[in-house]
Design a protein around this ligand. Sequence first.
Ligand code: FES
Length: 109
Amino acid sequence: MRRARKGARIAPPPGVERGPAVSITVDGRPVPSYLGESVAAAMIADTDDLTLRTTDAGDPRGLFCGMGVCFECLVVVDGVPGTRACMTWVREGITVATQVGAAGRGPAA
Ligand code: FES
């Protein structure tokens, strides 16, 4: 899936510090991230496109509940499809791909 790069993050509020910087790969592209944030947060902070996966029919899906209940945010993490982006913390070097369908046939084209 082609994702436009936003290149901007919201500054943390006073008294809140980001975790250490790490790099993850999303759809083959390096994405700067911070320990303590979810894969969904890293993906959304990096792009203008809020699509995390598409349905089998190609309809976009993204973050809905943000707390692990709805399964709208499924992505492929380190080759494992059906991983909830909102419930998965970033780690140095993980590879994330947008997913097609709930069953996770693999990255979207
Ligand atoms: S947004 Fe609902 S499970 Fe991730």
